[in-house]
Ligand binder design. Structure first.
Ligand code: ZN
Length: 330
């Protein structure tokens, strides 16, 4: 690498694995690596491993401490970005209440007296920031981002800034109620978007249709009790024209579209960006989403061509975490 190139490190922390990337001020990922997330009952082992991994990747990429602008951490749960405390990590409870900034800064060993800036953000915030600065939204100032995965994350950018609100709730698109008497959500409510189109919700839809006797390749792929079914399989089957899988994508797309109609009247976005594994499904998912928005958001006249897939894909978590640092440089 160029000798004086300044860089930021972005960490995308997950309950099973975490990704660390070296990112330039232009938002380019120069080097990346994935690691298993160590777990233990009460110690914040994951954060200690993150600090070690940052040191390792810097050495590998020959980044000197004086080239490092700082380290951004994307956390899967609500955080207090000012104090550096992880409020709650739903799938990693050993990190609840832990000051991630102090822990990582304290564990990091880059030589005598080297002080490194560390920042944290919620992972959905990081995905949104990455797309706003360097991805699909780099030419707009206002966007809504949806991340479709095990859960459904979201983020809102207004006037070129990602907003979270005073209680860090703004942009929690997954918990917009789209079916008041619908399936129970992990948050305790019924009929949230996440309950219907999150991982379990989509599998539930497919299983119900299989149990009604609808023929599908998913009956073979999923085993006798359908325990092996995944949203990815459903998307693949839909891509092959499987009628049951297409029905699931149609229903899911419809509900995503319903939620987006609420997002549109609340935030008046220039662009809506869909990320997460299932967003790769393409036409079979985007078509019902666009159709619903076209028919149900009459007041906004929102151009449904402005509902687009994420450009940064699986890299947006790392790039967005690094952007927590890069944003402060301007
Ligand atoms: Zn919910």
């Amino acid at each position: 690498m160029a000798r004086r190139q300044m860089v930021a490190v972005g960490v995308d922390l997950g309950g099973t694995t975490f990704d660390v990337g070296i990112v330039t001020p232009q938002g380019e990922l120069m080097e990346r690596q994935s690691y298993d997330t160590p777990r233990s009952g009460s110690e914040p082992q994951a954060l200690i491993a993150v600090a070690a991994a940052v040191g390792g990747i810097m050495e590998k990429a020959a980044v000197k401490p004086d080239q490092l602008l700082g380290i951004g951490l994307g956390i899967p749960g609500p955080v207090d970005p000012d104090s550096g405390v992880i409020k709650q990590a739903p799938n990693m409870h050993e990190l609840d209440g832990v000051n991630a900034v102090e822990t990582v800064a304290g564990e990091l060993d880059l030589g005598d007296g080297v002080q490194v800036k560390v920042r944290i953000g919620n992972d959905a915030y990081c995905h949104t920031l990455a797309e706003l600065r360097y991805g699909a939204g780099r030419d707009v100032a206002n966007l809504v981002m949806l991340t479709l995965g095990t859960g459904v994350g979201g983020g809102v950018a207004l006037d070129n800034e990602v907003r979270r609100g005073p209680r860090q709730i703004m942009g929690e698109v997954g918990h917009i109620i789209v079916e008041p008497n619908g399936r129970r959500c992990g948050c305790g409510n019924h009929g949230c978007l996440e309950a219907i189109v999150g991982r379990d919700g989509m599998i539930d839809q497919a299983v119900r249709l299989l149990e009604q006797g609808m023929p599908s390749v998913l009956a073979e792929w999923g085993g006798r009790k359908h325990e092996k079914l995944t949203p990815k399989m459903i998307a693949e089957a839909a891509d092959q024209g499987d009628e049951l899988a297409l029905e699931v994508m149609k229903t899911s797309g419809h509900y995503i579209g319903v939620a987006l109609c609420s997002c549109i009247v609340l935030t008046d976005p220039d662009l809506i960006v869909l990320g997460g594994g299932i967003a790769n499904a393409g036409h079979v998912l985007f078509e019902p989403i666009r159709r619903t928005v076209h028919h149900r958001s009459l007041i906004s006249c929102f151009d449904t061509d402005n509902i687009v897939p994420s450009e940064l894909g699986g890299e947006s978590g790392m790039i967005g975490a690094a952007a927590l640092i890069l944003d402060e440089m301007e």
